[in-house]
Design a protein. Structure first.
Length: 238
Protein backbone atom coordinates (compact mmCIF):
# COMPACT_ATOMS: atom_id res chain seq x y z
CA UNK A 1 0.00 0.00 0.00
CA UNK A 2 2.82 2.42 0.90
CA UNK A 3 5.91 2.58 -1.29
CA UNK A 4 8.33 4.64 0.82
CA UNK A 5 9.09 5.51 4.42
CA UNK A 6 7.33 8.86 4.22
CA UNK A 7 4.23 7.18 2.79
CA UNK A 8 4.14 4.89 5.82
CA UNK A 9 4.04 7.76 8.30
CA UNK A 10 1.20 9.77 9.80
CA UNK A 11 0.40 12.63 12.15
CA UNK A 12 -2.86 12.14 14.06
CA UNK A 13 -4.93 15.10 15.25
CA UNK A 14 -5.38 13.76 18.76
CA UNK A 15 -7.66 15.50 21.25
CA UNK A 16 -7.96 12.66 23.74
CA UNK A 17 -11.58 12.00 22.81
CA UNK A 18 -13.36 8.90 21.55
CA UNK A 19 -13.07 9.71 17.86
CA UNK A 20 -9.41 10.74 17.83
CA UNK A 21 -8.46 7.74 19.98
CA UNK A 22 -10.16 5.43 17.49
CA UNK A 23 -8.36 7.24 14.67
CA UNK A 24 -5.06 6.81 16.51
CA UNK A 25 -5.67 3.06 16.72
CA UNK A 26 -6.55 3.06 13.02
CA UNK A 27 -3.32 4.90 12.16
CA UNK A 28 -1.22 2.54 14.29
CA UNK A 29 -2.78 -0.35 12.39
CA UNK A 30 -2.05 1.12 8.96
CA UNK A 31 1.23 3.03 9.35
CA UNK A 32 4.75 2.23 10.54
CA UNK A 33 5.45 5.61 12.14
CA UNK A 34 2.76 7.60 13.95
CA UNK A 35 3.02 10.90 15.80
CA UNK A 36 0.27 12.87 17.50
CA UNK A 37 -0.65 16.53 17.81
CA UNK A 38 -3.00 18.32 20.18
CA UNK A 39 -4.20 21.91 20.39
CA UNK A 40 -4.81 24.04 23.45
CA UNK A 41 -7.24 26.63 22.12
CA UNK A 42 -8.94 27.77 25.33
CA UNK A 43 -11.55 25.06 25.08
CA UNK A 44 -14.12 24.90 27.84
CA UNK A 45 -13.53 21.17 28.20
CA UNK A 46 -9.85 21.75 29.03
CA UNK A 47 -9.80 18.41 30.83
CA UNK A 48 -9.33 16.71 27.45
CA UNK A 49 -5.73 17.98 27.40
CA UNK A 50 -5.04 16.03 30.60
CA UNK A 51 -6.71 12.92 29.20
CA UNK A 52 -4.44 12.89 26.15
CA UNK A 53 -1.41 11.73 28.11
CA UNK A 54 -3.36 9.06 29.95
CA UNK A 55 -4.70 7.64 26.70
CA UNK A 56 -1.27 7.59 25.07
CA UNK A 57 0.29 5.80 28.02
CA UNK A 58 -2.56 3.29 28.13
CA UNK A 59 -2.16 2.61 24.41
CA UNK A 60 1.56 1.93 24.82
CA UNK A 61 0.98 -0.32 27.82
CA UNK A 62 -1.95 -2.28 26.40
CA UNK A 63 -0.65 -2.73 22.85
CA UNK A 64 3.06 -3.67 22.69
CA UNK A 65 2.75 -4.08 18.91
CA UNK A 66 1.93 -0.38 18.63
CA UNK A 67 4.40 0.94 21.19
CA UNK A 68 7.33 1.03 18.79
CA UNK A 69 5.30 2.83 16.14
CA UNK A 70 4.08 5.62 18.42
CA UNK A 71 6.44 8.56 18.26
CA UNK A 72 6.53 12.14 19.45
CA UNK A 73 3.48 13.97 20.79
CA UNK A 74 3.20 17.65 19.84
CA UNK A 75 1.04 20.19 21.68
CA UNK A 76 0.48 23.65 20.19
CA UNK A 77 -0.88 26.69 21.99
CA UNK A 78 -3.67 28.21 19.91
CA UNK A 79 -5.18 30.24 22.75
CA UNK A 80 -5.85 33.09 20.33
CA UNK A 81 -8.56 30.96 18.69
CA UNK A 82 -10.50 30.83 21.95
CA UNK A 83 -10.08 34.56 22.46
CA UNK A 84 -11.54 35.50 19.09
CA UNK A 85 -14.31 32.87 19.12
CA UNK A 86 -17.78 33.59 20.48
CA UNK A 87 -18.86 29.99 21.10
CA UNK A 88 -20.09 27.78 23.93
CA UNK A 89 -16.94 25.65 23.57
CA UNK A 90 -14.65 28.58 24.36
CA UNK A 91 -16.86 30.61 26.71
CA UNK A 92 -19.13 29.94 29.66
CA UNK A 93 -22.46 30.16 27.85
CA UNK A 94 -25.40 27.87 27.29
CA UNK A 95 -25.29 25.49 24.33
CA UNK A 96 -27.87 26.63 21.78
CA UNK A 97 -28.44 27.10 18.07
CA UNK A 98 -27.20 30.33 16.50
CA UNK A 99 -29.07 32.40 13.92
CA UNK A 100 -27.05 30.64 11.22
CA UNK A 101 -28.73 27.35 12.14
CA UNK A 102 -25.48 25.91 13.46
CA UNK A 103 -25.04 25.02 17.14
CA UNK A 104 -22.96 27.57 19.00
CA UNK A 105 -20.49 24.78 19.77
CA UNK A 106 -19.14 25.42 16.26
CA UNK A 107 -15.75 27.14 16.48
CA UNK A 108 -15.29 28.85 13.08
CA UNK A 109 -12.09 27.88 11.31
CA UNK A 110 -10.99 25.43 14.02
CA UNK A 111 -10.39 22.37 11.86
CA UNK A 112 -8.94 24.47 9.04
CA UNK A 113 -6.39 25.90 11.45
CA UNK A 114 -5.74 22.53 13.07
CA UNK A 115 -4.90 20.89 9.77
CA UNK A 116 -2.80 23.85 8.61
CA UNK A 117 -0.66 23.77 11.74
CA UNK A 118 -0.54 19.98 11.63
CA UNK A 119 0.67 20.15 8.02
CA UNK A 120 3.45 22.52 9.10
CA UNK A 121 4.62 20.06 11.76
CA UNK A 122 4.23 17.13 9.36
CA UNK A 123 6.36 18.90 6.75
CA UNK A 124 9.18 19.37 9.25
CA UNK A 125 8.85 15.80 10.55
CA UNK A 126 8.55 14.18 7.08
CA UNK A 127 5.06 12.83 7.82
CA UNK A 128 2.84 12.61 4.76
CA UNK A 129 -0.57 11.61 6.13
CA UNK A 130 -2.73 13.77 8.42
CA UNK A 131 -5.41 11.77 10.24
CA UNK A 132 -8.51 13.38 11.75
CA UNK A 133 -11.72 12.14 13.34
CA UNK A 134 -14.11 14.39 11.40
CA UNK A 135 -17.30 12.87 10.02
CA UNK A 136 -20.46 13.93 8.21
CA UNK A 137 -22.73 11.47 10.01
CA UNK A 138 -22.55 12.82 13.57
CA UNK A 139 -21.00 16.22 12.97
CA UNK A 140 -23.75 18.60 14.19
CA UNK A 141 -23.66 20.40 10.84
CA UNK A 142 -20.13 21.74 11.29
CA UNK A 143 -19.05 22.86 7.79
CA UNK A 144 -15.35 22.22 8.51
CA UNK A 145 -16.10 18.52 9.12
CA UNK A 146 -17.51 17.95 5.64
CA UNK A 147 -15.72 15.64 3.23
CA UNK A 148 -15.68 18.27 0.48
CA UNK A 149 -14.14 20.84 2.84
CA UNK A 150 -11.30 18.52 3.77
CA UNK A 151 -10.71 17.37 0.19
CA UNK A 152 -10.40 21.02 -0.82
CA UNK A 153 -8.06 21.67 2.10
CA UNK A 154 -5.92 18.71 1.11
CA UNK A 155 -5.43 20.23 -2.34
CA UNK A 156 -4.63 23.67 -0.89
CA UNK A 157 -2.12 22.30 1.60
CA UNK A 158 -0.42 20.20 -1.07
CA UNK A 159 -0.12 23.23 -3.34
CA UNK A 160 0.97 25.55 -0.56
CA UNK A 161 3.58 23.13 0.77
CA UNK A 162 4.65 22.04 -2.71
CA UNK A 163 4.45 18.43 -1.55
CA UNK A 164 1.79 15.76 -1.43
CA UNK A 165 -0.33 16.03 1.72
CA UNK A 166 -2.96 13.36 2.37
CA UNK A 167 -5.84 13.95 4.78
CA UNK A 168 -7.31 10.68 6.06
CA UNK A 169 -10.70 10.69 7.81
CA UNK A 170 -11.51 7.05 8.68
CA UNK A 171 -14.73 8.04 10.49
CA UNK A 172 -16.13 10.27 7.75
CA UNK A 173 -19.09 8.04 6.89
CA UNK A 174 -19.53 6.26 10.24
CA UNK A 175 -22.08 6.99 12.94
CA UNK A 176 -21.17 6.69 16.64
CA UNK A 177 -22.33 3.07 16.83
CA UNK A 178 -20.01 2.20 13.95
CA UNK A 179 -17.19 4.13 15.63
CA UNK A 180 -17.56 1.91 18.70
CA UNK A 181 -17.58 -1.10 16.35
CA UNK A 182 -14.38 0.09 14.66
CA UNK A 183 -12.64 0.48 18.01
CA UNK A 184 -13.66 -3.05 18.91
CA UNK A 185 -12.35 -4.32 15.57
CA UNK A 186 -9.03 -2.50 15.93
CA UNK A 187 -8.21 -3.22 19.55
CA UNK A 188 -10.85 -5.48 21.06
CA UNK A 189 -12.01 -5.08 24.66
CA UNK A 190 -8.70 -3.49 25.68
CA UNK A 191 -9.23 -0.55 23.35
CA UNK A 192 -12.90 -0.27 24.32
CA UNK A 193 -11.84 -0.06 27.97
CA UNK A 194 -9.42 2.76 27.16
CA UNK A 195 -12.13 4.65 25.25
CA UNK A 196 -14.63 4.28 28.11
CA UNK A 197 -12.31 4.99 31.03
CA UNK A 198 -9.63 7.32 29.68
CA UNK A 199 -11.02 9.44 26.83
CA UNK A 200 -13.05 12.63 27.15
CA UNK A 201 -15.80 13.93 24.87
CA UNK A 202 -18.17 15.93 27.10
CA UNK A 203 -18.42 19.60 26.12
CA UNK A 204 -18.96 20.59 29.76
CA UNK A 205 -15.72 18.98 30.92
CA UNK A 206 -17.52 16.73 33.39
CA UNK A 207 -15.24 13.97 34.79
CA UNK A 208 -17.04 13.06 38.02
CA UNK A 209 -19.65 10.58 36.79
CA UNK A 210 -18.54 7.40 34.98
CA UNK A 211 -21.30 5.94 32.82
CA UNK A 212 -21.15 2.64 30.88
CA UNK A 213 -20.06 4.67 27.85
CA UNK A 214 -17.59 6.90 29.69
CA UNK A 215 -17.34 10.11 31.70
CA UNK A 216 -19.62 13.06 31.00
CA UNK A 217 -22.54 15.24 31.98
CA UNK A 218 -24.94 13.00 30.00
CA UNK A 219 -26.78 16.11 28.78
CA UNK A 220 -24.67 17.96 26.20
CA UNK A 221 -24.83 16.98 22.50
CA UNK A 222 -21.43 15.23 22.64
CA UNK A 223 -22.52 13.03 25.55
CA UNK A 224 -25.84 12.24 23.89
CA UNK A 225 -24.16 11.10 20.66
CA UNK A 226 -21.66 8.99 22.55
CA UNK A 227 -24.29 7.41 24.80
CA UNK A 228 -26.76 6.62 22.02
CA UNK A 229 -24.00 5.15 19.86
CA UNK A 230 -22.78 2.96 22.72
CA UNK A 231 -26.29 1.73 23.54
CA UNK A 232 -26.89 0.77 19.91
CA UNK A 233 -23.47 -0.91 19.75
CA UNK A 234 -24.17 -2.97 22.87
CA UNK A 235 -27.67 -3.88 21.69
CA UNK A 236 -26.33 -5.18 18.38
CA UNK A 237 -23.59 -7.13 20.15
CA UNK A 238 -26.01 -8.90 22.50
Amino acid sequence: MFTSEINRSALVLFSGGQDSTTCLAWALTHFDKVETIGFNYGQRHQIEMSCRGLVLESMKKSFPQWRGKLGEDHVLDLDILGKISDTSLTQDKEIAFAKSGLPNTFVPGRNLLFFTFAATIAYRRSLKHLVGGMCETDYSGYPDCRDNTLKSLQVSLSLGMDTSVVIDTPLMWLDKCQTWELAKHLGGDKLLSIVVNETHTCYMGERKALHPWGYGCNQCPACELRRLGFEKFKAQAS
